[in-house]
Structures are given as structure tokens and as C-alpha cells.
Ligand binder design. Structure first.
Ligand SMILES: [Zn+2]
Length: 652
């Protein structure tokens, strides 16, 4: 893996290439102790033994899908049940809007029309019900809203009534089966049904998924139909059914599904196949793999992660990590999104306008990072997940409603819509996933991955539950207070994620001596925790000036903590058009919170920085005129329909 710097390398600010190189060493060879392991001293071995047993129990308990077949090598971080977590603060309005205004308001007839009146009016219209059911199931597990559950039950009942006797549950006529996007549609129906089954335990959903699985295994394989020839994008649309097939195997323990998963992976290497593993191992480039279609390629990698989890074959992680490294280094925007016109582009080609980061790709990229976080336990994947969530994902969702963008450019306009398209169905899945990785359990610790005001009730054993109250203004401020209240005194390590962007972090327990954290690692505090213990974490959150390179040569952007800031014309009447506005070299160091925008309106989360506007003087030369630039989080820019830009001109 090369370490050539990229214009979007700010993820790794404060992070060294050494850390990147040691990442793969740690993932594949766990003999070397990680820093946090070294920090944890005596008394740990007994704790580890107890925790490994608890972890196995939790691993099975959290995921009914994982019950039937225990994987030989469980995740290194296991998320707690989403119902254990309540997020308030910055993220709450987004999650609530998603739950109530999108998922609960969804037109059931529109979701099911393609199934109830075959053929569907569009090739992949059948994906929407699966995506909706996936997002709704996680969200219902989080909120417990009975009206959402009732809606899920109604949708599943209607959907199952349309399943054909042989198991077919798509939107095509018999004569057109397995053409175009038919396998893809079954992938999402499977994911939706299995997600619903996982949270509700409703056996009819699993039975229906089995019937689909049986139909697929009977239809595709050596001597049968070719799955590669049955899907778009060099077959990748069809082979992304790998993810739910592996989940189906875990839910049932039926080895035919695992055999089918292995057939899917082997089909990649057919002469007409996408050669995903071969290509990533040899080219180290997602842009040179298959046809570089971002959403489909990453969907296959998510499936490969599920296969690693299930078989313990960690060698399959290698191509996934190569893809991850390539995306982070060469194809990720500073806002966490990736792809242009739905494809991975040539190295470092990241234009800010146009069809930037299809929301389907943003969400799948988030899923891939969460998969890698759980499989490896490495905090770098939580760092990237944080970057995606607080920037590109929230930017794709309207801040005050439940509409989503298909593409979300860094400069230009956001085109929010409530219509039913692939991205508007993907966005809610991304929002639903946010609470899922907030807290995780390892063999030795509770990890705090997400900072946001809220409360979590985390079972460590049948007898001990640890309640964590988190209070913070994060992502606007790096101060976090955590009240740790175990039901009984208990020893464990509390592992606080110190983001790789954070230059300095210090924690203390009960106002005791300060403990320094290191960027890009977990700061672990091992002790016996008792009711009333209080942890204070202070993370420095300086604004950072990002100097553009490659396609952003001559431009500046500002990031403050995890938030990338943005200038919205609606708040800057003196900076129109925004394409002529610039930031001074001291814009980050002089960045100040502002109570009012450039229009004089009072608004939260506004910052002011020194900048300039290029203006033509009396028909003569263009000169920079000093101006204050008002900036807001990219996640909130463009919400009134106006033009905005993350990147602004640098002084010439
Ligand atoms: Zn899409």
C-alpha cells in the first residue's frame, strides 16, 4: 500500500502511515499487543476469561441470526442491542425525523405495488420494500414504537401473500425471471425479511426467506443458471445477494446456503465475472476492479465480511482492507462520501460539483466500515464511520424533514426529494444504523465509539448492567462527561475512542489524575467501577484549515473536530456567488462561534472566519475585498435550496 498523500487525507491527520501499516499487521496477526492492551495491567486475565464467556453469550443474544450457528471466530467488537441505547443531543432530531416522517409515513401500497401487480413498473422497484423493512426493523428495535411495528407487520403480511409456491418473491413476470435486477430485488427482500425476523422473531419471515434461499440455490450454480449473467454491473448486482445468503445460513445452519455463498464468491472468477478478490489483490484499486460501480462493489465486500464472520476465514479480509485503504487514500471526500456519477473515479479525482457520492454508496460505505470495526476492533473504522455520519450522511438528509438527496455535492445545490428511488430508500438505513455502534463490547472492555448526549443500559452479565449517562455538546465541543453506574461494583476497561483528528485528549476518573489519550486509539481505563463514578474526557477540537490538492488545488476548507464546515449563500448575502468567495490563510485559527449569520438572523451552530470576496472594481480589475465568511456544518448547508460550497478560494 502506498502512502502518497491525498487531498482528502485529512482522515489521517495526526494519524501516521505507521499506524496504517500496523493496521493490517494487527488484523492478521494478533500476537503484538495493542497499546490499550498494554495499558491494562494485572487482574486482567481473569476478567478476560469471564468476558470471553460473556461476549459469546452476548454475541448470540444480540443477534438471533447468530444463534443457530456460532461462528468459529466471533467479532472483536460486538455491538450491544440497539434498544440499549438512547441518543439525544445533536443526532436525535435526525433519527426521530427518519423514524416518524419517513419510515412511519411510507406509503405501504407504493412499497408493495410491484409485488401485488406484477410486473413492477421499474426494474428494481422491488428493492424498496426490503430496504424499508431493514431500516424500519432496526428503528423499531431502537424506538419500540408500536405503530411502526404494526406497519411492519402489515407490510410483511401483504408481501408474503405475494410469494409464489416455488419461493419466488420478486416483481417480474415468470417469463422474465432472473433477468436485469431480479436477483438484486431478492437480495433486498431477503435482507428485509431477515432483519425483521432478527428483531421480532416472527418465524413466517424466516420461512419465506428460506423459500427464497431454496429457489436461488436450486436455480443458480454449476450446471444451472449462471448468476453472473443474471445481474447488471459485471454480475455484481446479482452476486451482492451474498450478504443475506450468509445471514440465512447463520439463521438456519443449513449448509446448502453456505455452499451457495461459496459458489457466489467463486463465480466472481468466472471469465465473465467481476474478479473482485483477484483484482483487488493485484491492482489494489477499486477503480480498476470490475466496472468500478461503487454501490455494487462495496455491497459485495459487505457480503464478504459476513462470510469472514461466519467461516472465520480471515484471509478474505485482505481484499476488503485493500479496497478500504484505496478508498480512504484516493477516493474519499473530506466529508466521508465516495464516488462520482456512481462510479469510483481515477486516483484523487474528486470534483465537488455534480453527481457526488450517491447516497446508496454513502450508506454502503458506512456499513463496510462498521463491518470492519466489528471484525477487527480497530478504532480507525469508527473514525471513518464518524466522518461519514456527521458529514456526508447527515448532509444527504434534510435537517428538518425526512427527505433525502440522491447525490450530495460539496459545492452546488442539494436536491432533496421524498420520491421513491434507490437513494431515498438507502438514506433511512444509514440513519437507522447510527445508534448501532455507539457502544460495543470486547473481551476486555466496553468501547465508547460515538460521542453524543444520551443514555445506555449495557448488560455485562445476567447479574450486572452498566448504565452510562453521556453528556456532551459533541460534535460541537470535545468535552464529554460520562456517569458510570453499574448495578454492582464490577471490573472492566472503559475504552474511550480518541478520534484520529484529535490532537490532545485527557481523561480523568472522579477528578483524579489525568490520563492522556493517543489519537486514533482507545484510551482504556481499567478499574473496579462503582455507582456514581464519573469520567471526564476533554478532547481538543481546534479548527483545521485543509489545503486542497489535485482537483482542489488553490482552495481551502475548514474542519472543526468531526464536522466539515460549509459556506451557504443563504447565510452570506455579501458572498454571492459563493464561487467567488475565499478564506484567508488564518481562517481556521481565527474561526469564532457566531450568534448571527450574515443576514443578521440568530442561528445555532454558526461560525465566522476571515475571508474575502473577489469583486470587479468599476468594470476594471477583480480585487479581493475583505469579508467575514459565515460557516455552518456541511450537514446543514443547502437546506433552504440555495447554493453552498465546502471548498472556498485560497488567497492568490
Ligand atoms: Zn442510489
Amino acid at each position: 500500500m502506498t502512502s502518497r498523500p491525498t487531498q482528502e487525507s485529512t482522515l489521517l491527520e495526526g494519524e501516521t502511515s505507521r499506524a496504517m501499516n500496523s493496521l493490517s499487521e494487527r488484523v492478521f496477526h494478533r500476537k503484538t499487543k495493542s497499546p490499550e492492551e498494554i495499558q491494562i495491567k494485572t487482574g486482567l486475565s481473569n476478567f478476560i476469561i469471564t468476558q470471553l464467556a460473556l461476549l459469546a453469550a452476548l454475541w448470540a443474544g444480540c443477534f438471533p441470526l447468530r444463534k443457530a450457528f456460532a461462528a468459529p471466530e466471533p467479532d472483536r467488537q460486538v455491538p450491544f442491542k440497539v434498544s440499549s441505547v438512547r441518543l439525544a443531543g445533536f443526532l436525535q432530531p435526525r433519527i426521530i425525523a427518519n423514524a416518524r416522517s419517513r419510515l412511519l409515513a411510507m406509503d405501504e401500497g407504493a412499497l408493495l405495488a410491484g409485488f401485488e401487480h406484477r410486473p413492477g413498473t421499474q426494474a428494481w422497484i422491488g428493492e424498496h420494500v426490503g430496504k424499508w423493512l431493514h431500516a424500519a426493523s432496526i428503528t423499531w428495535a431502537y424506538t419500540g414504537d408500536p405503530s411502526l411495528r404494526a406497519k411492519m407487520d402489515r407490510v410483511v403480511n401483504r408481501l408474503l401473500r405475494t410469494q409464489k409456491p416455488d419461493g419466488y418473491l420478486g416483481t417480474y413476470l415468470d417469463k422474465d425471471r432472473w433477468t436485469s435486477w431480479d436477483v438484486w430485488v431478492h437480495k433486498y427482500v431477503l435482507l428485509g425479511l431477515l432483519s425483521y425476523y432478527e428483531r421480532t422473531g416472527e418465524p413466517r419471515a424466516l420461512d419465506a426467506a428460506r423459500k427464497i434461499g431454496d429457489l436461488l440455490t436450486n436455480t443458480f450454480g454449476p450446471g444451472k443458471r449462471d448468476i453472473i449473467a443474471s445481474g447488471e454491473h459485471v454480475g455484481m448486482a446479482a452476486t451482492s445477494v451474498l450478504e443475506p445468503i450468509v445471514l440465512l445460513y447463520r439463521a438456519t445452519g443449513d449448509s446448502r446456503y453456505l455452499e451457495f455463498a461459496n459458489y457466489i464468491v467463486s463465480s466472481w472468477d468466472q471469465p465473465n465475472g467481476p474478479k473482485i478478490i483477484q483484482s483487488l489483490l493485484s491492482t489494489h484499486s477499486v477503480a480498476q476492479t470490475a466496472n468500478a460501480k461503487a454501490y455494487e462493489l462495496m455491497s459485495n465486500l459487505v457480503g464478504l465480511c459476513e462470510l469472514v464472520r461466519t467461516t472465520g476465514n480471515r484471509s478474505l479480509l485482505k481484499p476488503v482492507l485493500i479496497a478500504w485503504d484505496d478508498i480512504v487514500r484516493r477516493r474519499m471526500y473530506i466529508t466521508g462520501g465516495t464516488s462520482l456519477n456512481e462510479y469510483f473515479q481515477k486516483d484523487y479525482y474528486l470534483p465537488n460539483e455534480g453527481n457526488v457520492s450517491e447516497t446508496c454508496a454513502t450508506v454502503t460505505w458506512l456499513q463496510l466500515n462498521l463491518q470492519l470495526l466489528y471484525l477487527t476492533g480497530e478504532p480507525i473504522f469508527a473514525d471513518v464511520a464518524e466522518k461519514i455520519i456527521y458529514n456526508h450522511l447527515l448532509a444527504a438528509q434534510h435537517p428538518y424533514s425526512a427527505t433525502f438527496c440522491y447525490f450530495t455535492p460539496l459545492s452546488g445545490y442539494k436536491r432533496y426529494t421524498s420520491e421513491m428511488n434507490c437513494c431515498v430508500s438507502s438514506g433511512p438505513r444509514g440513519i437507522a444504523l447510527i445508534p448501532t455502534f455507539a457502544y460495543t463490547l470486547t473481551s476486555k472492555s466496553i468501547c465508547v465509539n460515538l460521542y453524543n448526549t444520551g443514555i445506555a443500559s449495557l448488560p455485562l452479565s445476567p447479574k450486572v448492567t452498566v448504565v452510562i449517562h453521556q453528556r456532551t455538546l459533541y460534535p460541537l465541543d470535545g468535552g464529554v462527561e460520562l456517569n458510570i453506574d453499574p448495578s454492582h461494583p464490577v471490573r472492566f476497561a472503559l475504552s474511550l475512542r480518541i478520534p484520529s483528528w484529535c490532537p490532545k485528549a485527557v481523561a480523568s476518573v472522579n477528578k483524579g489524575k489525568p490520563i492522556a489519550g493517543k489519537p486514533g486509539t482507545y484510551l482504556s481505563i481499567y478499574r473496579q467501577w462503582r455507582q456514581g463514578d464519573r469520567v471526564t474526557l476533554r478532547m481538543e477540537m481546534p479548527a483545521v484549515l485543509i489545503k486542497g490538492t489535485h482537483t482542489n488545488q488553490g482552495l481551502f476548507a475548514i474542519r472543526r473536530g468531526p464536522l466539515v464546515l460549509c459556506a451557504d449563500e443563504a447565510l452570506n448575502p455579501k458572498l454571492r456567488p459563493i464561487t467567488m468567495a475565499g478564506l484567508n490563510a488564518n481562517a481556521a485559527s481565527e474561526l469564532k462561534p457566531a450568534r448571527r449569520t450574515g443576514t443578521g438572523a440568530i442561528r445555532e451552530r454558526v461560525f465566522a472566519a476571515p475571508g474575502f470576496m473577489l469583486e470587479r472594481q468599476n468594470g476594471g480589475a477583480v480585487k479581493p475585498i475583505p469579508r467575514t465568511v459565515f460557516l455552518i456544518p456541511f450537514a446543514e448547508a443547502g437546506a433552504t435550496g440555495g447554493r453552498y460550497s465546502v471548498w472556498l478560494r485560497a488567497p492568490s
